[in-house]
Design a protein around this ligand. Structure first.
Ligand SMILES: C[S@@+](CC[C@H](N)C(=O)[O-])C[C@H]1O[C@@H](n2cnc3c(N)ncnc32)[C@H](O)[C@@H]1O
Length: 232
C-alpha cells in the first residue's frame, strides 16, 4: 500500500482552487485515500469515492472514512493485485464532477491506460466534469535513481544516458530501464516515464479536450508528477 500525504493540495493547485463543496470526486487508484487524509482536504467524505485494485487499501479506507465509498476493483495488477482477474472491466459506478488519478497510469501498460482513461471519460465523468491524470516525465528519473542509490551502487549517469532519446521507458525495481510495455508477469515495482507528447498521443483516441500542465512549477511535495487536465 502506498502512504503519501499532501495529495489534495496538488489537485487544488492544478484545478485553481475550485469550490469543492458538493462536488463529487472519484479518486481512481486512490489507495486508502491519501487525498482525503490530507489535513487541508476540502472534499466531503460523503462525496468521495475511491476505486483501487489494492483490496487492503480500500478496507483500511473504509474503516477510517465509512461515509465515503470504497470499491475494490479486482483487476489483475502484478504488483498491487497479483490474484486479480486479467482484463476485468471497470465497474459501472456513478458519474463524477472530478476524477483524479495520481500516479496510477505510471503503473499500467499502455493498452490498459488507454482503456481505463476512455472508460472514465465516457462512462464516469459528468458532462461539465474535469479529470486530472498524472504521469512522470523523463526529467523526474534522477529523483527516483537517487532514492535507489541509497540502497544500491550503480552508475546513475549511464541510466540517464540510456533514456536520453526515449519518448517513454519503464523503470523496473527502481533500477532497470527498458521499453517493454508487457509488464504482465513483473511482480517487482515498475514505473513508467513518458514525454508529454507521447503520453498525450497515447490517450488521445479517447477523444477529449485537454490541457497539459507541467508539475515542475507547482510547489507541492508530489514526486515531480506532471499532469493533464481532461474535459469532454
Ligand atoms: C503509486 S500508488 C498511488 C496511490 C494514490 N493515487 C496516491 O497518490 O496516494 C498507485 C495506486 O494505483 C493503484 N492501481 C494500479 N493499477 C490500477 C488499476 N488498473 N486500477 C485501479 N487502481 C490501480 C494501486 O493499487 C495503487 O494504490
Amino acid at each position: 500500500m502506498y502512504h503519501h500525504a499532501k495529495k489534495f493540495d496538488f489537485f487544488d493547485t492544478i484545478l485553481e482552487r475550485p469550490d469543492w463543496v458538493n462536488k463529487t470526486v472519484l479518486d481512481f487508484g486512490g489507495s486508502h485515500g491519501n487525498i482525503i487524509r490530507d489535513d487541508v482536504s476540502k472534499i466531503e467524505p460523503k462525496n468521495y469515492t475511491c476505486v483501487d485494485v489494492d483490496n487492503f487499501a480500500t478496507i483500511l479506507g473504509n474503516d477510517d472514512y465509512p461515509e465515503a465509498a470504497w470499491h475494490h476493483f479486482d483487476r489483475y495488477q502484478p504488483h498491487y493485485n497479483p490474484t486479480g482477474i486479467v482484463g476485468e472491466p471497470l465497474p459501472m459506478l456513478a458519474r463524477f464532477d472530478f476524477i483524479l488519478a495520481f500516479s496510477v497510469f505510471t503503473h499500467t501498460p499502455h493498452a490498459e491506460t488507454k482503456e481505463l482513461v476512455h472508460a472514465m471519460l465516457h462512462d464516469h465523468l459528468n458532462d461539465d466534469g474535469v479529470m486530472v491524470v498524472t504521469f512522470l516525465e523523463p526529467y523526474a528519473l534522477p529523483w527516483f535513481l537517487e532514492h535507489r542509490a541509497k540502497y544500491e551502487t550503480f552508475d546513475q549517469d549511464e541510466k540517464l544516458e540510456q533514456v536520453k532519446h526515449l519518448d517513454y521507458f519503464w523503470l523496473h525495481d527502481g533500477v532497470e530501464i527498458n521499453q517493454n510495455d508487457d509488464n504482465a508477469d513483473d511482480t517487482s515495482s515498475y514505473t513508467g516515464f513518458h514525454t508529454p507528447k507521447y503520453f498525450l498521443s497515447m490517450i488521445a483516441e479517447a477523444g477529449f479536450k485537454q490541457r497539459y500542465v507541467c508539475g515542475r512549477s507547482i510547489d507541492t511535495d508530489a514526486e515531480r508528477q506532471s499532469c493533464i487536465i481532461i474535459t469532454k
